[in-house]
Design a protein around this ligand. Structure first.
Ligand SMILES: Cc1ncc(C[n+]2csc(CCOP(=O)(O)OP(=O)(O)O)c2C)c(N)n1
Length: 374
C-alpha cells in the first residue's frame, strides 16, 4: 500500500466522512484521492475549515478532518483556540510540514521551525510523522482526537511522500461560462433602526429556528430578545459565524438563520465564497450592517461608506440577496425571496443595548445546542 492509501485507510477506519483542505505541493497526490474516498470540500483559507467542522460537529457529531500546509496553521490559530478548543470539537489536522526536510523555499523555514513550539504553547496534542514507518501513528492520533473531542496536529514531513508515484494530472475542463449574477445598482438610505430594534421585531420569526449569532453584543441582544435552546451564541473567533451556520445547515433539514455583522464578514469574506460554492438550501444569513465594529465601540468599517456586502455575496454566487431597513422588510423578504440560500443585508444604525453578559458558560451553550440534534 502506498503512503497516501495508508493515510486514507486510517481516515476511513476512524469513520471520517468529510475532509476540508487547502493544497500544498507536497500533498498533491493525497488531495487527488480525496474526492473518490470522502466528501471533499476544497477551501480558500484554512481557518474556514475550523468554522465548518465546528458546525458539522455541533449539529451531527460528523467526523471531519482538515488537511493543509503548516502555513495554514498560522492562519487558523485563533479559530482553533477560541472555537474548536472552547467548544470541544474533534479537529484532526493533517499538516504538510514544510521547512523541516530538504526545503528549497526560504519562506517556509520560519513556520516550519516553530511548529512543535506552537503546538506545545497551544497545549494541543501532536505527532511528528518523520518517516514512512511513523505513519501508523496517524491511526492513534485520529482516535484520540475523536474520543477526547480535541484538535490534534499530525505533522507530516515531506520525507514521507518522497517515494510517492505521481498520479495522473487532473483533466481541466473548458472554463468559459456566462456570469448569471446581475451587478447591483442600489441607493443606500439612512437607517432608522438599531440592531436591537431589528432583533426585537424579528422575535416571532426567530422563535424555534436554529440560530447562530455573531460574537459580542449581537449575541447578548439575541439572548435578551429570544433566548432558546436552539441558539448558538459565539463567544470568540470573529468571522466564523456564517461558516458555523453552514456546517450546521449541512446536517439538518430545519431552517438555520445566521446573524452575522459587517465587521465579521469583512474580516473573513471568503466564508461567503465557500457558502456560495456549497449552496445550502436551508441557510439564511442576516448580515446586520451597522457600518461599524459595534461591539468594540462602533469603529467604522469599510461597509459604512464604500463597500457593499450584498454585492460581495453576489460576487460569490449567492443569488438570492436583498437589503432591508426594518424587521417588517426582513419578514416580507424571507417569504418572497426564492427558496434556498438567502443573504439579507440589514442596514441599521450603530447602537449597542447596554446588557449584561450571557449568564451561560461556552460549554453550557454548546451542550444545550447539541441536544437539539440528539
Ligand atoms: C480576531 C479578533 N479581532 C478582533 C476582535 C474584537 N471584536 C469583537 S466583536 C468585533 C466587532 C464585530 O463587528 P460586527 O461583526 O460588525 O458586529 P457588530 O458588533 O457591529 O454587530 C471585534 C472587532 C475579536 N474578537 N477577534
Amino acid at each position: 500500500m502506498n503512503v497516501e492509501q495508508e493515510i486514507i485507510t486510517y481516515l476511513k477506519q476512524a469513520n471520517v466522512k468529510t475532509i476540508y483542505s487547502v493544497p500544498c505541493a507536497k500533498i498533491q497526490n493525497l488531495l487527488k484521492l480525496l474526492p473518490t474516498n470522502f466528501e471533499h470540500f476544497p477551501l480558500t483559507r484554512e481557518e474556514e475549515g475550523i468554522g465548518l467542522i465546528t458546525g458539522e460537529y455541533l449539529s451531527g457529531r460528523n467526523r471531519c478532518a482538515l488537511i493543509m500546509q503548516n502555513g495554514g496553521l498560522g492562519n487558523s490559530i485563533n479559530a482553533i483556540m477560541s472555537l474548536a478548543i472552547i467548544n470541544k470539537v474533534p479537529l484532526p489536522m493533517i499538516i504538510s510540514w514544510r521547512g523541516v526536510y530538504n526545503e528549497k523555499i526560504a519562506a517556509q523555514l520560519p513556520m516550519g521551525k516553530v511548529m512543535v513550539p506552537l503546538f506545545k504553547a497551544m497545549d494541543i496534542p501532536y505527532v511528528e510523522i518523520l518517516e514512512e514507518s511513523d505513519i501508523p501513528k496517524i491511526k492513534d492520533a485520529l482516535d484520540y482526537s475523536f474520543e477526547n473531542e480535541v484538535p490534534y496536529g499530525i505533522l507530516c514531513s515531506p520525507k514521507i511522500w518522497e517515494n510517492s508515484e505521481p498520479l495522473p494530472a487532473i483533466d481541466y475542463f473548458d472554463r468559459s461560462r456566462e456570469i448569471s449574477t446581475a451587478p447591483l445598482k442600489k441607493v443606500i438610505k439612512k437607517p432608522s433602526k438599531s440592531r436591537f430594534e431589528i432583533l426585537q421585531g424579528l422575535k416571532s420569526y426567530l422563535k424555534d429556528k436554529i440560530i447562530i449569532s455573531n460574537i459580542g453584543v449581537p449575541s447578548k441582544e439575541l439572548y435578551a430578545v429570544c433566548d432558546q435552546k436552539s441558539n448558538f451564541y459565539m463567544t470568540g473567533s470573529l468571522g466564523m459565524v456564517s461558516l458555523i451556520g453552514m456546517g450546521v445547515a449541512k446536517n439538518t433539514q430545519k431552517k438555520v438563520v445566521v446573524i452575522d455583522g459587517d465587521g465579521s464578514i469583512l474580516t473573513n469574506p471568503n466564508a461567503l465564497c465557500s457558502i456560495g460554492q456549497l449552496q445550502p438550501k436551508n441557510l439564511t444569513i442576516l448580515a446586520i450592517d451597522n457600518g461599524t465594529h459595534g461591539s468594540t465601540g462602533n469603529q467604522i468599517t469599510p461597509a459604512y461608506i464604500k463597500v457593499d456586502l450584498e454585492s460581495i455575496a453576489r460576487g460569490f454566487e449567492i443569488k438570492n440577496t436583498a437589503s432591508a431597513y426594518s424587521s417588517e422588510e426582513v419578514l416580507s423578504l424571507v417569504e418572497s425571496l426564492s427558496d434556498g440560500l438567502k443573504f439579507i443585508e440589514v442596514y441599521c444604525f450603530p447602537k449597542n443595548e447596554p446588557l449584561q453578559p450571557i449568564p451561560m458558560s461556552p460549554m453550557e451553550i454548546r451542550d444545550r445546542f447539541m441536544n437539539n440534534f440528539e
